[in-house]
Design a binder for this molecule. Structure first.
Ligand SMILES: CC(C)(COP(=O)(O)OP(=O)(O)OC[C@H]1O[C@@H](n2cnc3c(N)ncnc32)[C@H](O)[C@@H]1OP(=O)(O)O)[C@@H](O)C(=O)NCCC(=O)NCCS
Length: 161
């Protein structure tokens, strides 16, 4: 089993990261994004794409997050952690990065949709302060319901370093 590098950092995703990002994406996503989809997001002016890499080589990708920043708030479109490195706090660090961005740039809220069956992701978001606002039935291709979760930035002002 691969080892998690001693220290890791977040930086903007580049085209060179995409092979590893797609490898992680293919591990989980029922409707996986393709290379073109990530490239489209990397070129979108209001989209932010970040990877968590090892500090030593900066070439190993442990996870990534994609979010949009628009006047009404931030929305998280995609987040995933390599299956060998889950449950080690990387997902939390990725989501906290978005929360910090919202606090520092004065966006009022962060929203996202998550499959109602995705217990790990729901646990991660709840741990980071997200609450369910409503549901979207038949949201996914397989007919599954999406939970819409939100965190208000004002509730995080004090807690984010
Ligand atoms: C969801 C995901 C990003 C979480 O990443 P992660 O690095 O494992 O998350 P963390 O280690 O920071 O864990 C955060 C919390 O999630 C929960 N959690 C993580 N793994 C879990 C598991 N296997 N079972 C139950 N809860 C789990 C725990 O509450 C944990 O908090 P704790 O460590 O204080 O107990 C990861 O499971 C993943 O990549 N899943 C596939 C992609 C996906 O579903 N993305 C979300 C789309 S909306």
């Amino acid at each position: 089993m691969p080892l998690l590098a001693q220290t890791q950092s977040l930086r903007p995703m580049t085209l060179d990261d995409l092979d590893l990002v797609l490898k992680i994406e293919s591990q989980w996503a029922p409707e996986a994004w393709r290379r073109e989809h990530f490239i489209e997001e990397m070129n979108r002016p209001y989209a932010h794409c970040f990877v968590m890499t090892d500090d030593e080589t900066d070439a190993e990708v442990f996870g990534y997050i994609v979010f949009w920043a628009q006047a009404e708030g931030l929305s998280i479109l995609n987040v995933a952690v390599d299956q060998h490195f889950r449950n080690m706090g990387i997902g939390t660090r990725l989501v906290q990065h978005v929360i910090r961005h919202a606090v520092h740039e004065d966006y009022p809220r962060i929203v996202l949709e998550v499959r109602e069956s995705n217990a790990e992701a729901i646990a991660l978001y709840k741990k980071c302060g997200f609450k369910k606002t409503h549901e979207r039935r038949q949201f996914y291709q397989n007919g599954e319901t999406a939970l819409v979760l939100e965190v208000k930035t004002s509730e995080h002002q004090a807690g984010v370093q």
